[in-house]
Design a protein around this ligand. Structure first.
Ligand code: HEM
Length: 415
């Protein structure tokens, strides 16, 4: 058990709102009251773990400031036994460790991001729209008219995994493997992950590493027209970097969008008047997706480390100090969003949310996620107009990623 996990638990028990937010049950069940308490402590606060901000302007400023980077110097995420192990055995590529682009700074970041970026431009993504529509329709065809379902496993998880698997050239039959590996690896994004959870993630990483070795070897022999084949053929990334990129794209490609779709279903079912408005004004769907992203951010926090001594909001940070940036907090900042707790599909500035981050690490898959969100939610409510919750949705026990693991619904008759 790493020290931060213990610290987190002790602090949470003593009523420390930040420790609770990052590692206590309320942190994943309903983080927003905790966020508001912390916002009340100031724009830029010193917490039991690090500096933190819930302020939209500060989050955006820090994300776009080149004096901050993503490499953490004091790693409180890797438990002691794993660190010892890593001295003797090379660890497999990990989507949240270098050389994954998510956690490296320029110039290496640019080298890792550039070769992939062209596959995710809004134009490239628009070309996928027919495929997203077809996949969504097929999944909805498979749901039992008049019956019940768990919408996460039967639908919300299936749309993004099907699309990103195809984009990367993985066989459709293997998507359950990725769902399992993703499930085991997502806790790595949280602070204070237990030794046991870390070990489970490591096992998945090892197995996935072997799988990717074989897959990449196959693509070297017979490349297809998918993103990985393009990267393999271009020859700019070595095999380790290719595997890190593949696992990041795979994980980021579905572990977040599943939350967007699930969170969207719950918001719309809890606010039937908003759903009515969308039926009357379907052109509002893209904006409704922005509002879902804003009000219940699928990625709640990120962090940046000062690369040099820097003054922020009157506070002097030393090089190496970390700041937790609450994207979910920024999204409900009353200085930017009027009545921030109100879900309003017509909100004029919903798109100002920071759910996709900002600056050089801004989400590469934002256009894809937006498109999948619109197609999935609009088609779902068109095909099953009487959809209703059938029991209490259950949250994933994760803090950085925020969504449902179970979403029981009565589907009603298919339209
Ligand atoms: C980065 C959110 C979907 C690929 C990020 C970051 C956020 C984010 C917040 C930046 C983290 C930081 O600044 O530290 C989301 C959300 C999504 C989503 C909320 C869905 C609703 C996707 C999809 C893909 C994707 C579908 C496609 C493969 C990536 C990649 C990065 C990234 C590759 C790393 C970019 C970099 O470091 O330069 N995402 N994402 N994301 N996302 Fe997404």
């Amino acid at each position: 058990q790493g020290a931060p996990r213990l610290v987190l638990r002790m602090q949470a028990r003593r009523g420390d709102a930040f420790a609770e937010l990052m590692g206590g049950p309320a942190g994943f069940a309903d983080p927003y009251p905790l966020i508001e308490r912390l916002r009340g402590e100031g724009r830029f606060i010193r917490t039991s773990l690090s500096w933190a901000t819930f302020d939209h302007e500060l989050c955006r400023t820090i994300l776009r400031d080149s004096r901050f980077g993503v490499r953490t110097t004091e790693s409180f995420d890797i438990p002691g036994p794993i660190q010892k192990l890593a001295k003797y055995f090379p660890l497999p590529p990990n989507p949240v460790e270098p050389p994954s682009m998510l956690v490296i700074d320029p110039p290496e970041h640019t080298q890792m991001r550039k070769p992939v970026a062209s596959a995710f431009t809004p134009r490239a993504i628009r070309r996928l729209s027919d495929r997203v529509e077809t996949v969504t329709a097929e999944l909805l065809d498979g749901l039992p008219s008049g019956g019940s379902a768990d919408l996460v496993t039967a639908f919300a998880a299936q749309v993004p995994i099907a699309i990103i698997s195809e984009m990367l050239g993985f066989p459709e039959a293997d998507k359950d493997l990725f769902l399992h590996w993703g499930d085991q690896m997502t806790p790595l994004l949280d602070v204070g992950i237990s030794w046991r959870a870390h070990r489970r993630a490591l096992i998945s990483m090892e197995v996935m590493n072997d799988y990717l070795d074989e897959h990449i070897a196959r693509l070297r022999r017979t490349p297809g027209d998918d993103i990985l084949s393009t990267l393999v053929t271009a020859g700019e990334l070595d095999t380790f970097a290719l595997k890190a990129t593949a696992s990041l794209l795979m994980g980021a490609g579905f572990e977040t969008t599943v939350n967007l779709i699930g969170n969207g279903v719950v918001q719309l079912l809890k606010h039937p008047e908003q759903l009515e408005r969308l039926r009357a004004e379907p052109e509002l769907w893209p904006n409704a997706i922005e509002e879902v992203l804003r009000i219940d951010s699928p990625v709640q926090t990120t962090a940046r480390t000062a690369l040099c001594d820097v003054e922020i909001d009157g506070v002097q940070l030393r090089a190496g100090q970390t700041v937790v940036l609450s994207l979910a907090g920024a999204n409900r900042d009353p200085a930017v969003f009027a009545e921030p707790d109100r879900f309003d599909v017509g909100r004029a500035n919903a798109k100002e949310h920071l759910s996709f981050s900002s600056g050089i690490h801004v989400c590469l898959g934002a256009s894809l996620a937006r498109m999948e969100g619109v197609y999935a939610l609009q088609a779902l409510f068109d095909r099953f107009p009487d959809l209703q919750l059938d029991g209490q949705p259950r949250r994933r026990k994760l803090f950085t990623l925020h969504g449902y693991e179970q979403l029981p619904v009565r589907l009603g008759r298919r339209a």
